[in-house]
Design a binder for this molecule. Structure first.
Ligand code: AHM
Length: 369
């Protein structure tokens, strides 16, 4: 009977996670975290799809400014709550660092339900906590116009305490628990155990990696399930599309300007002129780059010396996915996944995509095997 069901639905994300857990590729905690991410993604997809019909409730500004000085949209705040609460109720999450939270949220606190009931969440004293980082609604400046947006997430396991001493200036004034929270949160991308994104577009696409290749699912809303549509995503070795905010070209350094000018005119290594495609939604721009090949860049510029994108919950998860698909991800100087974060909302220049395109742009930074 079970097989009949699978024949009708295809391989659902739930089944995929159960099978990986049965084979010991992921543990039950990670499987449970992904159950929550899946449910949150369905809710966010519904919110984004129906937002134009509920303008007063869902569209426009919240009237708050987040810790990075950006206006928060109503949907930024709502989707952050959806994502946070979905993860909290698993009882498996130690800490969540989010674009929309000034500081990492401690999953160890008792969580109070709307009726006053209190849910025990995993205590930070329990070894093997999970640390998650997320941008619940990336590209939200696009959302009022119905342009594609996304969710990005990364999952870390609790590091060995011996290996995660915080520098003095970061640990000053923090309790022991807070220090553990911060040390678990500030891990380099190469320590990610899973990462993924959800693209809310003409279809809702969920792409993930557990460090063994990249797999894509599409939401079948008739059955409310993510169904596997791309069992193994591999980025082409070279593409012919570049994706960046070319309006910033005068702010970039000379090598970046020269590179973009060269590929635009067909004077790059491939000798073919590249097309420009840029949505201004990282998830959409990277999804296209992953499937069609080419290069996506948000480089450092004169105004933003560290670029615009955030390391923990944008740059690192996307770089992990890109490398797992056979591509590369660099800052212009080094491999993004090697950078140890020193702040939760730290920014990083990101240049990622097809291996040959990234090599042409920057120094060779072969991923560690
Ligand atoms: P946002 O979520 O506030 O819209 O900012 C994040 C987005 C990324 O999705 C995208 O890559 C970048 O900002 C676009 O920035 P710009 O408008 O400077 O090109």
């Amino acid at each position: 009977e079970f097989e009949d069901v699978c024949e009708q639905t295809g391989v659902t994300l739930s089944r995929y996670c159960i099978e990986l857990a049965n084979r010991g590729i992921i543990d039950e905690d990670l499987s449970s975290i992904f159950n929550s991410i899946r449910e949150a993604a369905k809710v966010i997809s519904k919110l984004v799809n129906t937002a134009p019909l509920k303008q007063a409730e869902l569209l426009g500004l919240q009237g708050e400014i987040n810790v990075q000085g950006e206006d928060q949209k109503k949907l930024d705040v709502i989707t952050n709550d959806v994502f946070k609460n979905a993860l909290r109720y698993t009882g498996k999450m130690g800490t969540l660092a989010s674009e929309e939270e000034d500081e990492p949220v401690d999953g160890a606190r008792l969580w109070e339900g709307p009726d006053g009931s209190r849910f025990p969440l995993r205590s930070l004293q329990t070894p093997g906590n999970t640390f998650a980082s997320s941008t619940p609604l990336d590209g939200s400046s696009n959302v009022d116009a119905g342009i594609p947006v996304g969710t990005i997430f990364g999952v870390f396991q609790e590091p060995d305490p011996a290996e995660c001493e915080l520098p003095d200036d970061l640990s000053k004034g923090l309790s022991e628990d807070q220090q553990r929270c911060l040390a678990g949160t500030l891990q380099p991308g190469k320590s990610l155990v899973a990462a993924g994104y959800v693209l809310y577009s003409a279809s809702t696409e969920l792409v993930l990696t557990f460090g063994q290749g990249v797999v894509g699912f599409t939401l079948d809303s008739s059955i409310g399930e993510f169904v596997m549509t791309r069992p193994s995503i591999k980025i082409p070795a070279r593409g012919k599309i570049y994706s960046c905010n070319q309006g910033n070209i005068n702010e970039w350094d000379q090598p970046m300007r020269d590179y973009i000018e060269a590929i635009r005119k067909g004077e790059g290594e491939s000798k073919k002129p590249y097309s420009l495609r840029y949505i201004g939604s990282m998830v959409g721009d990277i999804h296209r780059t992953l499937l069609y090949g080419g290069i996506f860049a948000y480089p450092a510029d004169k105004k933003n010396q560290d670029g615009k994108l955030r390391l923990l919950y944008e740059g690192a998860p996307m770089s992990f996915i890109m490398e797992q698909a056979g591509g590369k991800a660099i800052t212009g100087h080094s491999r993004v996944l090697d950078i140890p974060p020193v702040g939760v909302h730290q920014r990083v220049p990101v240049i990622l995509g097809s291996a040959e395109d990234v090599d042409e742009q920057g120094p060779e930074t072969a991923p560690e095997s």
